[in-house]
Design a protein around this ligand. Structure first.
Ligand code: H79
Length: 411
């Protein structure tokens, strides 16, 4: 699973993106769409929920600022919810009146976003879920046992294909009205590929935008896997991306107390990179269109770190030797350079065992300063090998004063 188009290769070098969940639900600080579920603890009836679309007047919506925040964070791409499960379209569409141009905002919110992100030199992504709880012909999707859809519809083929026509049309609109789009992020692979006509949908999309990267939640046709809210212990072999929130929900919430710490978020990015994936870190803008301060601060902190140590993240690969070197922290590699990420100030020289090859230099990535090191050959016996077995061990002196900041990188 990976896109083969040369202009899709940016995805495997990006390592860091910003996800944005935004819609009328921000007005009530409720999760995106899920409160429509009868058993949600944030439940709103359909009428109340959908009326939020009329109250939605994002007077401070400034996607140039959004793009700047993402750029300063060191992100290489941005993905915005063009349509979440509630079916509200942030874009202009001929398929429904439940959209930004015909309700509260009275403007297409996707157009200025695409322009701003592209202008900032970042790749443009759009989230577009398969679920549509507004569409009258959408069928109940089997999410998990005992969970009911807001408007349960039994599957009726004639109605389903009516919905599917609108689904295709909306995708067509998104891929023709805004110029180049780099990535489409589907959500919820609820039914099989036949029900979605996945190959046909993908073909239509690639005809419009041949370089497009597509995630794996349209069944069977994705370019990359999408673990949600966790970093897999054993990463997928191909391209992959962990999407994750900074606080307790995808949509805007004013509670500052649930945010993960900066160091936790950076650690997550390092772990993801060391496993060859991307981190898509989420922001939930408020109803006026501004980002929460807590989110901006964290992104800036990550961006400041990436500004001096990003070489160990962007365009790197996972270290996949038969026996990876033994080092207690995330490692990445680029060509002949191995990057070691120190999470803490080491009390002893840093040990790396079985690095193999020859060490030409050991440097602090941030300053380029050479670090003193010593290579030792360890001779021993290993069952299954004949005679002597030897491995190298490298001791690196990392003076504490070099570790003024979190996550010091040694190249
Ligand atoms: O957009 C975000 C989520 O709303 C969406 N994916 C991310 C990017 C998502 N859709 N479905 N799922 C995630 C998986 C479904 C999880 C559920 Fe539940 C568990 C649905 C019902 C039980 C989470 C917990 C939502 C309601 C309760």
């Amino acid at each position: 699973m990976k896109a083969v188009h040369p202009q899709a290769q940016w995805f495997d070098e990006a390592r860091f993106g910003v996800f944005i969940h935004w819609g009328p639900y921000a007005l009530r600080e409720i999760e995106a769409s899920w409160p429509l579920m009868p058993h949600s603890r944030q439940h709103l009836d359909v009428e109340t929920y959908e009326s939020l679309a009329d109250e939605f007047h994002p007077t401070s919506y400034n996607p140039r600022e959004w793009a700047q925040h993402a750029k300063e964070a060191g992100a290489k791409y941005v993905v915005l919810t063009a349509k979440h499960h509630d079916g509200f379209c942030l874009f202009d569409t001929a398929t429904t009146d439940y959209c930004a141009t015909k309700r509260g905002p009275q403007q297409d919110l996707i157009a200025p976003y695409v322009e701003a992100v592209r202008e900032a030199g970042l790749k443009v992504g759009l989230y577009f879920t398969t679920i549509d709880w507004h569409d009258p012909d959408f069928a109940t999707i089997p999410i998990s046992k005992g969970i009911q859809s807001p408007k349960p519809n039994t599957y009726d083929p004639a109605r389903w294909w009516q919905f599917h026509k609108r689904f295709m049309e909306q995708l067509r609109e998104l891929l023709t009205h805004y110029g180049r789009i780099d990535l489409i992020w589907f959500d919820v692979p609820g039914f099989g590929a036949d029900r979605w006509r996945s190959s046909e949908v993908k073909q239509m999309m690639l005809n419009l935008q041949p370089h497009l990267v597509i995630n794996d939640r349209l069944p069977d046709v994705g370019d990359y896997e999408t673990p949600e809210q966790f970093v897999p212990t054993h990463p997928p072999d191909g391209w992959w991306e962990t999407c994750m929130t900074m606080n307790h929900q995808w949509a805007y919430h004013s509670d500052a107390s649930t945010y993960k710490s900066e160091v936790t978020l950076l650690d997550t990015l390092l772990e993801v990179a060391s496993k060859g994936g991307n981190l898509l870190l989420n922001v939930g803008p408020g109803p006026d269109g501004t980002w929460p301060e807590e989110a901006i601060e964290r992104l800036q902190r990550i961006g400041a770190w990436l500004a001096h140590s990003g070489d160990s993240i962007y365009g790197t690969q996972r270290v996949v030797e038969h026996y990876p070197p033994c080092f207690y922290g995330p490692m990445t590699r680029k060509g002949n350079t191995i990057y070691l990420h120190l999470r803490e100030i080491p009390r002893f020289p840093v040990e790396v065992r079985e690095l193999g090859g020859q060490v030409k230099s050991v440097k602090l990535l941030k300053t380029g300063e050479e670090l003193a090191y010593k290579v030792e050959e360890i001779f021993g016996h290993l069952s299954g090998t004949e005679g002597r077995y030897s491995v190298n061990r490298i001791w690196i002196d990392v003076p504490a004063e070099f570790c003024d900041e979190w996550n010091t990188v040694i190249a």
